[in-house]
Design a protein around this ligand. Structure first.
Ligand SMILES: CC(C)(COP(=O)(O)OP(=O)(O)OC[C@H]1O[C@@H](n2cnc3c(N)ncnc32)[C@H](O)[C@@H]1OP(=O)(O)O)[C@@H](O)C(=O)NCCC(=O)NCCS
Length: 165
């Protein structure tokens, strides 16, 4: 995977509760079934690491992780639909994977709708592999939609010590 490089002068910082007005404005544009403000609040109050991606001080995207032991889960990654398809999603995804690695994660998981073809293509191109499906995981216009479960292994080139058997 190549180094994180921004297509534009974007900045990244920790996501915080004071971002939630701007987050919710993007969230309801970005998803057919958006998270509620309460879900974001619960995640941030629980200490889940998140990133705010800004351009000229304006929020353009955000992501949230949960981390337990050496496994991280991308709970949400969203780029403002007004700014999509300009490389920002890839930049944000790489930053989230780097954040997971910095927290000691050895693998990163996520769920995605099979119908979300641009997200699936992004994850594949960044080295995520499909490892399973959760049947009827998401609400959908006609009933429910499965989730693809995808994962990437984070293996350091310079691992010196083998894990215990
Ligand atoms: C998924 C998402 C984060 C991608 O962000 P983005 O800024 O549009 O993505 P990028 O411009 O970095 O593009 C990355 C890759 O995604 C795919 N992609 C992006 N826009 C696409 C489009 N309009 N059509 C098809 N593929 C597309 C391509 O594979 C692209 O790689 P390429 O430019 O080398 O072809 C963004 O679409 C989004 O926030 N969607 C709404 C929320 C969401 O669905 N999140 C994912 C939940 S699992």
């Amino acid at each position: 995977m190549s180094a994180v490089s921004s297509p534009r002068p974007l900045s990244l910082r920790a996501l915080r509760e004071s971002d939630l007005n701007a987050v919710m404005a993007i969230e309801v544009r970005g998803y057919p079934y958006p998270w509620t403000r309460g879900i974001f609040q619960d995640c941030l109050r629980a200490g889940y690491p998140g990133l705010a991606m800004e351009e000229d001080g304006l929020l353009m995207g955000y992501g949230l992780l949960s981390i337990a032991a050496d496994e991280a889960h991308i709970l949400n990654i969203c780029v403002d639909p007004l700014c999509q398809s300009r490389g920002h999603g890839r930049y944000l995804l790489r930053a989230l994977v780097t954040l997971a690695r910095d927290h000691g994660a050895h693998r990163v998981f996520l769920e995605v709708r099979p119908s979300n073809t641009s997200a699936v293509a992004l994850y594949h191109s960044e080295g995520f592999n499909e490892i399973g499906r959760r049947p009827r995981y998401y609400p959908a216009r006609e009933g429910r939609e499965d989730a693809l479960v995808m994962a990437i292994e984070l293996v350091d080139d310079d691992i010196q010590v083998m894990p215990p058997l």
